[in-house]
Ligand binder design. Structure first.
Ligand SMILES: [Zn+2]
Length: 223
């Protein structure tokens, strides 16, 4: 069966970001990069380089909080500060910003008081979920009316160094085994991370996606 996927990489950019983008470019793999504002400020040249190479920069908040732990005013700052930084980086790269995409840190969409306010805010400042994201996504916590971008498959490579040892994963072999046992959808929104702790297995995981027969493309940018 032919399988296709959108590759989304969260928590960018970190120290080895440029090398990772060069690797993806060499494999002709496009990706949406959900970036943290703090990292965008620290590694701005690398992000401009990624923009010029066709990668899409998404908003992943400024400091990566749990949105259910902060009030609406703080949520607004987290989103708008990073939105402004992304605008400036596209301007510096000389590239028109093609789309505004947002992903909540930890997939945490806020608490009962803030949830719908934050969705409205995102909508009001031009954020949209690509049309087929909701179609592909059948997870209960995500709705087609939501403005943010969720995922269908978490690579879960972060679990190797997470103290909770989520999914029983404590080594790259188990990450890969889980990919082989779970990736049966025809279309996937894959979540992967730009973490320094797993830089050494970044290429190995992408190679595995390729050998599982997955073809990567960009989501529709006219959302
Ligand atoms: Zn994150």
């Amino acid at each position: 069966m032919n399988k296709s996927a959108y590759l989304t990489i969260d928590d960018c950019p970190t120290k080895d970001f440029r090398a990772k983008m060069d690797y993806l470019s060499s494999k002709k793999i496009p990706a949406v990069l959900f970036c943290i504002g703090k990292g965008l400020e620290k590694y701005s040249d690398e992000v401009i380089y990624a923009i010029k190479n066709g990668f899409i920069i998404g908003n992943h908040s400024y400091s990566h909080p749990h949105f259910s732990d902060i009030d609406f005013e703080q949520s607004e700052k987290e989103i708008e500060k990073t939105d402004n930084i992304i605008d400036k980086l596209y301007y510096s790269a000389g590239v028109a910003r093609p789309v505004k995409l947002f992903r909540f840190p930890y997939g945490d969409k806020g608490n009962d008081e803030t949830k719908s306010q934050v969705q409205n805010l995102l909508r009001n400042i031009g954020y949209k979920q690509p049309s087929n994201f909701a179609f592909i996504n059948n997870m209960q916590e995500h709705s087609a009316d939501d403005t943010d971008c969720y995922w269908t498959f978490d690579t879960a490579e972060w679990a190797i160094y997470d103290e909770r040892c989520m999914y029983g994963i404590d080594c790259s072999e188990k990450v890969i085994l889980r990919m082989r046992q779970n990736l049966f959808n025809e279309k996937n929104i894959i979540l992967f991370h730009d973490h320094e702790e797993t830089t050494n297995i970044f290429e190995e995981i992408i190679e595995e996606y390729i050998s599982l027969g997955i073809k990567f493309s960009l989501p529709p940018l006219n959302v």
